[in-house]
Ligand binder design. Structure first.
Ligand SMILES: *[C@@H]1O[C@H](CO)[C@@H](O)[C@H](O)[C@H]1NC(C)=O
Ligand SMILES: *[C@@H]1O[C@H](CO)[C@@H](O)[C@H](O)[C@H]1NC(C)=O
Ligand SMILES: *[C@@H]1O[C@H](CO)[C@@H](O)[C@H](O)[C@H]1NC(C)=O
Length: 506
């Protein structure tokens, strides 16, 4: 019965100038800057800058500790480019945009402005259910849905449900449009609708959906321009924001959707960059920047050595189902978890579990026994009150860290990333328990990490983030430069085990 209602779920929006300088002028590296927006929902979120933050008496001030963060990128689609603001999502694989007039307005405006739920989670569990439910062996099958009765946002969504009939453009009010903006294919000379493939349909964990068709068009984002990129055009959606998915081809909605005549993969953005010679390797590095920073970036084909400290360690990505493309999601084995204060450190468990590195999820989800251990370690417990439905702890002092072990090295994440102060000396710990063996390492984790997603080698390289505005960018032309194999590099997850306390990760 546990699921935090105040964790929010969704991700990165690309923003910034149309053209920026090449990342450090390095050949073979493309950079997408993104804006960080803070707010209760994507629609209400806005950008803040350091100067706005913490300046007492400034009525612009926002308390970011009680806000969700969204990462947004501006893309320029078509010829001439039409600007759209998208969530950049490492947990899904399609880029879709709302067609002009295609946003499905809600009569209940409140519903229409709710935050987006985790796309990846619903996709994930859709797959699990489509494949006949949880597999007893998690060695190759990553996910089992719980079978529990809790109102879990990770419950499978029924992809057979047909979306409601589209509202015609004329019926739409002027003011009613997606916060992403919308796209008019008729105004793009480079646009080509693809009439020979199945339609596009995707549904998210909050039941918002996007439905439409596939097309190709030219795209510019950051300092990158690609030709004839496959995009999905939603002529009917009620999602308040459009998504720019950059995960594996194996997770494309053209592969796993229901009722497809011709399930197939296509070259999505990261693959296309390599095909078109913009990068040498299909690999990219994600830097979310510190809490409160107004921007971050993603480097395609490159690593910025100034954005991490200590060693950059490489881990294998775990394989998914074997009957299809096994590479679907950025999942790695977490080998243990602990907590660290200024003077103490304490390992909670060294039982391994699966962690999905998902920038499209704001919070962190952990297997319930592990989430309980973390809350207990801070003297807290789960509050079942329907109004709360979260772990509640007494508000911590500074310098507390939740530490994740990946086999021979640790990433330390600030406890403050997970905390919402509810004002009466009690704090909500924004870690949600899941009833399976997979956790989602969302932004609260990723913010303190530097992550290189290497889709050519099916590896992740991870290091402690270093918040530094200077750059030392190197192109990735083979193995990730500067990275070494993690001491505990292991390519298999041995399957669910009972979580035990103890061990030592320090
Ligand atoms: C594009 O033009 C066609 C033909 O004039 C029209 O039927 C269609 O509604 C237009 N599409 C949009 C999105 O405006
Ligand atoms: C339509 O999409 C399919 C699958 O991506 C591709 O093979 C085909 O070339 C596309 N056709 C056009 C006209 O773009
Ligand atoms: C979108 O539509 C679906 C299906 O009608 C509904 O369940 C969902 O609540 C709507 N979502 C939003 C964000 O409006």
């Amino acid at each position: 019965m546990k699921f935090s209602s105040n964790i929010l779920k969704y991700g990165i929006v690309a923003a910034g100038a149309a053209k920026v300088a090449l990342a450090g002028g390095v050949d073979g590296v493309g950079k997408i800057p993104f804006s960080k927006r803070y707010g209760k929902s994507f629609d209400e979120s806005r950008q803040i800058s350091f100067s706005e933050k913490g300046t007492g008496g400034d009525d612009q001030e926002i308390d970011i500790s009680n806000q969700n963060v969204y990462y947004s990128a501006s893309i320029y689609l078509g010829t001439p480019g039409q600007e759209l603001t998208l969530l950049l999502d490492t947990g899904s694989s399609d880029l879709w945009i709302p067609q002009k007039g295609g946003y499905h307005c809600q009569s209940d405006s409140d519903d229409a402005t709710k935050g987006k739920s985790s796309g990846i989670a619903s996709q994930l569990f859709s797959i699990a259910s489509a494949e006949g439910g949880p597999s007893p062996s998690l060695t190759t099958t990553l996910i089992g849905s719980s079978g529990g009765s809790h109102p879990d946002p990770l419950e499978p969504t029924n992809r057979n449900v047909q979306p409601p009939a589209a509202i015609t453009a004329s019926a739409l009010e002027e003011s009613c449009q997606s916060s992403s903006g919308n796209f008019d294919p008729n105004s793009s000379s480079s646009f080509n609708k693809n009439d020979t493939v199945d339609g596009f349909f995707i549904e998210y964990g909050d039941n918002s959906y996007a439905s439409g068709y596939w097309a190709t068009d030219d795209l510019t984002v950051g300092d990158i321009s690609v030709k004839d990129m496959t995009i999905a055009v939603a002529d009917d959606t009620n999602s308040s924001v459009a998504v720019f998915g950059i995960s594996y081809r194996g997770l494309e909605s053209s592969v796993f959707g229901d009722n497809l005549q011709d399930p197939h993969e296509y070259e999505n953005f990261p693959y296309l960059l390599k095909d078109q010679g913009i990068v040498k390797r299909n690999a990219y590095s994600l830097y979310l920047n510190s809490a409160g920073a107004s921007d971050g970036n993603i480097l395609f084909g490159g690593v910025d050595h100034n954005k991490y400290s200590g060693d950059l360690y490489t881990l294998p990505v775990l394989k998914g189902q074997e009957d299809s493309d096994p590479w679907e999601r950025f999942v790695v084995t977490v080998q243990g978890i602990g907590i660290k204060g200024s003077e103490t450190q304490n390992t909670l468990t060294t039982t391994p579990f699966i962690g999905l590195l998902d920038s499209g999820t704001t919070a962190v989800y952990l297997p319930e026994p592990v989430a309980d251990m973390v809350a207990n370690a801070y003297g807290g417990s789960f509050d079942d009150d329907p109004e709360v439905q979260s772990y509640v702890i007494s508000c911590p002092s500074d310098d507390e860290k939740i530490v994740f072990n990946f086999g021979g090295f640790n990433i330390e994440t600030s406890l403050s990333n997970y905390i919402t102060d509810n004002g009466n000396g009690q704090c909500i710990l924004n870690i949600s328990p899941t009833s399976d063996y997979m956790g989602i390492l969302g932004d609260s984790f990723l913010r303190d990490s530097y992550v290189v997603y290497d889709m050519d080698n099916n590896e992740i390289s991870l290091a402690q983030a270093n918040f530094d505005s200077t750059e030392d960018v190197e192109a990735i032309t083979g193995p990730v430069p500067g990275a070494t194999k993690a001491p505990g590099y292991s390519s298999t997850y041995s399957g669910p085990q009972t979580f035990q306390t103890g061990g030592n990760i320090f």
